[in-house]
Design a protein around this ligand. Structure first.
Ligand SMILES: [Zn+2]
Length: 64
């Protein structure tokens, strides 16, 4: 299942998966403040305003 490595902002979690990839979970959108629609949580994209939380991945945490 991997482990939680970062919470760059409330509502957004970055997980380190077992295979080394980084997964961005957008639980609650920091931009529009709405709770994200479940299927889009693991995509890191807000269902409501289209905000992409993947941009919060720094070059340090982003997969090569
Ligand atoms: Zn939003």
């Amino acid at each position: 299942m991997g482990k939680l490595i970062s919470k760059p902002t409330p509502g957004v979690e970055i997980w380190d998966e077992d295979d080394g990839t980084k997964l961005v979970l957008l639980v609650k959108c920091p931009k529009c403040g709405k709770e994200n629609w479940a299927p889009n949580v693991a995509r890191g994209i807000c269902s409501w305003c289209g905000y992409d939380a993947n941009e919060l991945l720094t070059s340090k945490t982003r997969e090569q």
